[in-house]
Ligand binder design. Structure first.
Ligand code: NAP
Length: 584
């Protein structure tokens, strides 16, 4: 088999378009694309040309001769996607739609769009728009740094996934692209004002607020959310000073999606391994002193309903010491008898092969009794957090039984939800802005809200991978350009030059693309001395200062004005701020 897609597959489909023989599936025009856990190379059809390797933004595609031991399971995972065929038979070519974006009509003049949010959905949307001539895109973000959850949400020990920022950096260098970082839409500039300067505003503000677990004790110190924890390890300015107590040997994570696995993996990782990543200095120092020996990842349903994906489970079992107890092993075996779906079966087979925590069959634990471990636990419905002054444990129900676990840290990891965007309708139940193909819809009239669009998690909810946002953003951009061509968008009444002036007055610490590059350079050079990809600045003041220093060094660009702000936005109660900062 010439090439294999491995764990860090982002699913953006760049490889699909690059492949000359259409051997990578599901492709964005196929029904399974939206729900597939990764893309797969057909071992019989691949001609070993390597075009996909070049196109992949996260280095997920590897020649079969270069796979590491940890990547070997992906040979079977790729092949298993394709049905068995008679020897030598090739898969018939399926349709592979090239991304078709209606070009803005020349007679309509240039198109100018504001994109709010510089995470993957915003960046893919900007890039898609800029595939056409005479388009300008201004990308706004409340943080001084771009790329949303790629910087603040992807675990630091997943550097390949974070490598997608290289693609985003290239996008930001396109003609017609402008960053307005450290600018909060709704505070420094309103939706209406954006529409005065642009034909349309496309919101890609994500859904990075944690879903809250409604049980007693959530207010206790030691109880928090995976969202906060992930922001803390990633040096998010709103979470830099988060008090994370790691003094108890057991931590509990509630929920078993990929975020829960990220949290469990980081809590049990060898600190020296993390020291080679871009983890925040504060988190690294705390993890070096950590007393945590076991993290229990508690799911309310059974093994067959595990929310984590197969690639992430395989990644976890190769990086960490993962165990089951005997009651859960019995559940795995029972589910295996009934499971039909091949991906679910494959997950259950990985689970069935895990060592047992309570039969003495855990050879790794015998060899390394001090090694930190992750226990995957099932059928535990959270009931309440135990403790009076601080978290002392977690109470679950399991059928008729009550189960108590001692723990000093309880993190809920039960998914994300969106928050309303000022001036737009909102669907509280789904946590998204109501829309049709990305056009914001007013539920009262059923009609589109003129000039307002959404892409990414605020459009479709918090599911999928980084690359899922590419096809999502493409659909929104196609609708937007269609509206522009059909004269449904109002021409801006003010010039772009006036936008700069307006924002500079309201936010003197506005950071542009050159400012971000100065921050990026400074972080990389700080990290280089320690063998790390970067050492992050974790306060707004430091980020603004780094942008300013870079501007002085480069004589131009960087910060678009003088004066320091931002200190007042950090410190004190943290969660709402983290969430609001992450999301826009
Ligand atoms: P998720 O995949 O939706 O998982 C949420 C988990 O919370 C599920 O186990 C769910 O259980 C549980 N849950 C929900 N409500 C609960 C409640 N009231 N009590 C107990 N448990 C509850 O969410 P996520 O882990 O936050 O991930 C969000 C998205 O980001 C996913 O698409 C994920 O794949 C993606 N992501 C990907 C990566 C990666 O590829 N490396 C990393 C991080 C995130 P039920 O199933 O029983 O509802």
């Amino acid at each position: 088999m010439p090439h294999v897609i491995t764990q860090s597959c982002c699913g953006d489909g760049s490889c699909v378009y690059a492949c000359p023989v259409n051997c990578i599936h599901p492709s964005p025009d196929e029904p399974g694309f939206g729900t597939a856990e990764m893309l797969h190379i057909d071992p019989d059809a691949c001609v070993d040309c390597g075009a996909c390797v070049t196109a992949c933004p996260v280095g997920a595609i590897v020649a079969d001769t270069r796979l590491t031991a940890a990547q070997l399971p992906f040979v079977d995972i790729n092949a298993a996607y394709y049905p068995p065929r008679p020897d030598g038979a090739k898969v018939p070519p399926t349709t592979k739609l090239a991304p078709v974006l209606p070009a803005p009509r020349p007679e309509r003049g240039g198109l100018t769009v504001a994109v709010v949010g510089s995470g993957p959905a915003g960046m893919y949307a900007a890039d898609e728009l800029l595939t056409q001539a005479r388009v300008r895109v201004n990308v706004f973000d409340a943080l001084p740094t771009p790329y949303g959850l790629v910087r603040s949400g992807v675990a630091p020990d997943h550097p390949r996934t974070k490598a997608i920022t290289g693609l985003f950096d290239r996008m930001s260098r396109r003609d017609g692209f402008r960053f307005y970082l450290n600018v909060t839409v709704g505070q420094h500039i309103s939706h209406e004002e954006l529409l005065e300067h642009h034909h349309a505003v496309l919101y890609a503000v994500g859904a990075a607020h944690e879903r809250r677990l409604d049980v007693e004790g959530m207010h206790l110190p030691g109880a928090g959310s995976a969202t906060e924890f992930v922001a803390w390890i990633n040096g998010h300015p709103g979470a830099a000073a988060l008090p994370v107590d790691l003094n108890h040997p057991t931590a509990v994570v509630i929920g078993n999606g990929n975020v829960a696995l990220d949290v469990a993996r980081i809590l049990t990782a060898e600190p020296e391994r993390l020291a080679a990543t871009d983890i925040s200095d504060a988190a690294l120092a705390a993890l070096r002193m950590s007393a945590v020996r076991e993290v229990v990842v508690a799911a309310r349903r059974g093994p067959a309903e595990s929310a984590f994906t197969l690639p992430e489970l395989i990644g976890l079992t190769t990086s960490s010491h993962v165990v089951l107890d005997e009651a859960d092993r019995a559940l795995v075996h029972a589910d295996l008898l009934a499971a039909k779906d091949p991906v679910t079966r494959a997950k259950l087979e990985v689970l069935a092969a895990l060592p047992s925590v309570d039969t003495g069959a855990d050879a790794d634990a015998a060899a390394e009794p001090d090694r930190r471990r992750i226990r995957l636990a099932y059928r535990l419905t959270p009931a309440r957090i135990l403790g009076t002054d601080r978290t002392e444990g977690m109470q679950f129900t399991r059928g008729e039984q009550t189960v108590h676990l001692d723990a000093g840290l309880v993190l809920t990891s039960i998914g994300y939800c969106g928050r309303p965007v000022a001036g737009l309708p909102f669907d509280d139940a789904a946590g998204v802005v109501p829309n049709a193909d990305g056009r914001v819809i007013d539920p009262a009239t059923g009609r589109p809200v003129a000039g307002a669009y959404v892409a990414g998690w605020i459009k479709r909810g918090p599911t999928g991978f980084i690359g899922t946002n590419k096809s999502c953003a493409m659909k929104t951009v196609a609708a937007l350009v269609d509206d522009f061509n059909d004269g449904r968008l109002v021409d801006p009444v003010r010039r772009t030059a006036l936008l700069d002036k307006l924002i500079r007055v309201r936010q003197p610490d506005l950071i542009d693309a050159a400012g971000w590059r100065a921050i990026d350079d400074a972080e990389r050079s700080r990290g280089a001395g320690e063998g790390r990809p970067r050492a992050k600045f974790t306060t707004v003041a430091d980020l603004v200062a780094a942008a300013r220093t870079g501007r002085s060094a480069r004589r131009g660009g960087g910060l678009m004005g003088g004066g320091l702000m931002g200190g007042g936005l950090i410190g004190g109660g943290h969660m709402d701020r983290i969430a609001s900062w992450i999301s826009s």
